[in-house]
Design a protein around this ligand. Structure first.
Ligand code: NAP
Length: 246
């Protein structure tokens, strides 16, 4: 069994997930991450963790596929013997107005964002319950709190994550397992890089702090919620959004 603490972060080959995994690694955690895209450069990624002294487990696994999730979790347990912190980060968008949104795009977003969170949490809590300790951080979004035109599938998935988080926080508290949700606002990653400059400018103007957030600023909050520094916090949704929703 690893003498270090162990964090599992889903969808962590880039963006917020990668910053989260690097933050935990820099703070002495062993790390297990997954990705789904064939273009992921696993060797370069491995080196970024080994530069921090961490022999990371990096697996290809689709969070919406229960067999692949089970396999990823079992490999993590084989390598490290435990999982102290789970960060459900993997997520996608497929935006459109309700009238133009097809059933396939609605289902896919729910399957990855919401069902993926359920599948990974279920597989990991089996081990956390035996350990009688654990911390789960689920990545929601401010649009799961406030809604957003053109994102009915995505905001439904992110609102679902909030209900899911509060339910498992109640279910798992007696086993000393905490669960919280983080709701990022407008963060500079591949997910938001597709927006036009004029859309970005409009959004920036609507944010009290007048800028996009950085993935590291989200990672700082996730690290706090995963660690024992937040030992009396569970069932909460915390925005990290420059004041966008208050
Ligand atoms: P991103 O840069 O697009 O990265 C998404 C990550 O999720 C990638 O690593 C991707 O893997 C992974 N992923 C996608 N589908 C997957 C699947 N089926 N199985 C496993 N992994 C999968 O996005 P991001 O901005 O970092 O977003 C991270 C999380 O924060 C998401 O849940 C997102 O909804 C949430 N969020 C983001 C913002 C924002 O403004 N950026 C705001 C609020 C909430 P590959 O690299 O292999 O493709």
């Amino acid at each position: 069994m690893s003498e270090k603490k162990v964090v599992m972060v889903t969808g962590a080959a880039r963006g917020i997930g990668k910053e989260v995994a690097l933050k935990f690694a820099a703070n002495g955690y062993d790390v297990a991450i997954n990705y789904v895209s064939n273009s992921t450069d696993v060797e370069t990624l491995k080196k970024e963790f080994s530069d921090l002294g961490v022999d990371a487990l990096i697996e290809k696994a689709d969070v919406s596929n229960s067999t692949e999730v089970q396999d990823f979790v079992e490999k993590t347990i084989e390598k490290y013997g435990k999982i102290d912190v789970l960060v459900n980060n993997a997520g996608i968008t497929k935006d459109n107005l309700l009238m133009r949104m097809n059933e396939e795009d609605f289902d896919r977003v729910i399957q990855i964002n919401l069902k993926g969170t359920f599948l990974v949490t279920k597989a990991v809590t089996k081990y956390m319950m035996k350990q009688r300790k654990g911390s789960i951080v689920n990545i929601s979004s401010v649009v799961g709190v406030a809604g957003n035109s053109g994102q009915c599938n995505y905001s439904a998935s992110k609102a679902g994550i909030i209900g899911f988080t509060k339910s498992i926080a109640k279910e798992m508290a007696s086993r000393n397992i905490r669960a919280n949700a983080v709701a990022p606002g407008f963060i500079a990653t591949d997910m938001t890089s597709v927006l036009s400059d004029s859309v970005k400018e409009n959004i920036n103007n609507s944010i009290p702090l007048k800028r996009m957030g950085k993935a590291t600023e989200v990672a700082n909050l996730i690290y706090f919620l995963g660690s024992d520094e937040s030992s009396y916090i569970t069932g909460q949704v915390i925005n990290v959004d420059g004041g966008m929703v208050m």
